[in-house]
Design a protein around this ligand. Structure first.
Ligand SMILES: Cc1cc2nc3c(=O)[nH]c(=O)nc-3n(C[C@H](O)[C@H](O)[C@H](O)COP(=O)(O)OP(=O)(O)OC[C@H]3O[C@@H](n4cnc5c(N)ncnc54)[C@H](O)[C@@H]3O)c2cc1C
Ligand code: FES
Ligand code: FES
Length: 483
């Protein structure tokens, strides 16, 4: 079958056909510069402020799902087959304000108004999923939206009050769901898309096999999943990424399988997509999960991207290593699996050869005898990168520690297990003295760096204290660090 070069998607009420799209063209530039839809604002251009928030709807097994995303780091090429909804689409044909907008006006949720369209779009996405949110749900939905003038109290009051102004059932995205779904289905043709000029090329494989073949053929290509790292390479560092292979649309990489002993997920599963299963099967990770980035980035960013980027401060590797996760890599038709900790060799160096990609991740579920916890230490509670991240899983039988897996991020050039601390725990009784000894042993496990996030001394002290905190919490001591 021949390739297609056109990128086709719906923008508000219309179909867009773009004959050619450079790989690096962002949705924000397209909206503001090409379409003059200037309601979507540019604040930071790096996914932090949320001024550029729009909704992107995509069919998942035939079901249309909308998510709030950052247009500044979302590439246009990745929108093939999607429905993009901007703030201009919210008001009715007669110009009447949308219930979210009315609530914002009547609760004085805006001053200069620069952040307001982005906040409205995040609240719109929340209202569609949760029409009567709690304050905590509103705060979580707004983690990725910054307002410099209004203060969040009136915005939160507005968010909680939206249901007084209308119901999602009467919203036009709900009423038009059948028509939009049919229009998106009509755009699907199962063909590979190759678009953009030769020096700024975008490839959208037709399926997983086509991705494996395309990457084996172009091993120098930039793989782009959620683009929450790669987006910044383009907007902040002006790095060339051509040819870029986009993979976020591939359903095979979105598969999640839960068996009695493990969860296996495709590398393209986003943080938000995994969250319900985290809450159900790995509840010790639920609060930690909500501290990864902000909502828009969690809607876009993938677990595979967080592993493949090889960062020593990525939040998922420490907690997944502590659970004994394995990663499956694929090159062409060949696959191999390895423990996740073995994937990280050195700073910027992973056990992944050119043209090989992360296909899936297998996370064993802890047994009833295993106690697990996850900790993130950062300067801000929300939307911040970790200074130290820790995953701890300890199995105790008849009061004796039978296994211990302790993995830390931010302490070395890679996410790394604390081998000496683990050995200090093995065979020891479950008590405070054993954990104090393990915390002392941890001093030999790492030689952390000082940087603007934290000093080496702080990192070591906090890592040791997390081990102590783990024991106290698991032992039932009243530990409460947040309100
Ligand atoms: C505002 C903001 C806040 C953030 N906060 C956090 C945070 O709190 N914690 C945190 O850990 N991270 C954070 N990040 C970083 C980022 O969101 C995560 O690392 C995310 O998981 C990356 O996933 P992605 O799908 O967006 O990756 P992409 O940007 O698409 O790709 C990242 C890297 O992985 C490669 N890649 C992606 N998928 C595959 C694959 N399947 N096989 C091989 N290579 C692949 C790409 O080529 C690239 O090198 C933040 C980012 C932003 C913009
Ligand atoms: S412009 Fe700040 S998040 Fe996009
Ligand atoms: S109202 Fe001015 S930045 Fe929010």
């Amino acid at each position: 079958m021949t390739h297609r070069s056109e990128i086709r998607f719906l923008l508000n009420g219309r179909t867009v056909n773009l004959p050619t799209v450079p790989a690096t063209q962002t949705l924000l530039d397209f909206l503001r510069l090409d379409r003059r839809l200037t309601g979507t604002k540019e604040g930071c251009a790096e996914g932090d402020c949320g001024a550029c928030t729009v909704l992107v709807g995509r069919l998942h097994a035939g079901v249309l799902r909308y998510e709030a995303v950052n247009a500044c780091i979302r590439f246009v090429a990745s929108l093939d087959g999607c429905h993009v909804v901007t703030v201009e689409h919210l008001s009715g044909p007669d110009g009447a304000l949308h219930p979210v907008q009315r609530a914002m006006v009547e609760h004085h949720g805006a001053q200069c108004g620069f952040c307001t369209p982005g906040i409205v779009m995040s609240l719109y996405a929340l209202w569609m999923q949760t029409p009567e949110p709690t304050e905590t749900q509103v705060e979580t939905a707004l983690q990725g939206n910054l307002c410099r003038c209004t203060g969040y109290a009136p915005i939160i009051r507005a968010a909680v009050a939206v249901s007084q102004y209308g119901t999602p059932e009467a919203d036009h995205l709900t009423l038009e769901r059948g028509r939009i779904t049919a229009a998106l289905l009509a755009l699907q043709d199962s063909r590979r898309v190759e678009t953009g000029p030769e020096d700024n090329r975008a490839i959208l494989p037709a399926d997983l096999g086509d991705f494996a073949a395309a990457y084996a053929e172009h091993p120098q290509a930039t793989v782009i999943a959620g683009a929450t790292d790669v987006g910044l390479w383009v907007t902040k560092f002006l790095r060339p990424i051509s040819p870029a292979i986009f993979i976020a649309h591939l359903p095979e990489l979105k598969a999640i399988e839960v068996s009695p002993g493990a969860i296996t997920l495709g590398a393209g599963v986003s943080y938000s997509e995994l969250k319900p299963l985290i809450t159900q099967h790995l509840p010790h990770l639920a609060a930690y999960w909500d501290r990864i980035a902000g909502w828009q980035v969690r809607n876009m960013g993938t677990i595979g991207g967080n592993i493949a980027n090889g960062s020593p401060i990525g939040d998922t590797p420490p907690v997944l290593i502590a659970l004994g996760a394995e990663v499956t890599l694929r090159h062409g038709k060949a696959r191999r699996s390895l423990p996740l900790e073995a994937f990280f060799i050195d700073y910027g160096k992973q056990d992944r050869r050119p043209g090989e990609f992360v296909e899936s991740i297998r996370i064993p579920l802890p047994s009833a005898a295993t106690r697990s916890a996850a900790y993130k230490i950062s300067k801000r509670r929300d939307e911040d990168i970790s200074a130290v991240a820790a995953g701890i899983s300890v199995t105790v039988e008849a009061g004796i520690i039978r296994s211990a897996r302790i993995a830390l991020g931010g302490m070395a050039a890679t996410p790394k297990r604390a081998a000496a601390a683990e050995s200090a725990l093995l065979g020891q009784p479950w008590n405070e003295a054993s954990f104090a000894a393990a915390a002392r042993a941890m001093a030999g496990d790492f030689a952390p760096l000082s940087d603007w996030r934290a000093s080496a001394e702080y990192r070591m002290r906090v890592a040791q204290n997390l081990l102590r905190r783990f024991f106290l919490e698991q032992d039932g001591a009243p530990v409460r660090l947040s309100a």
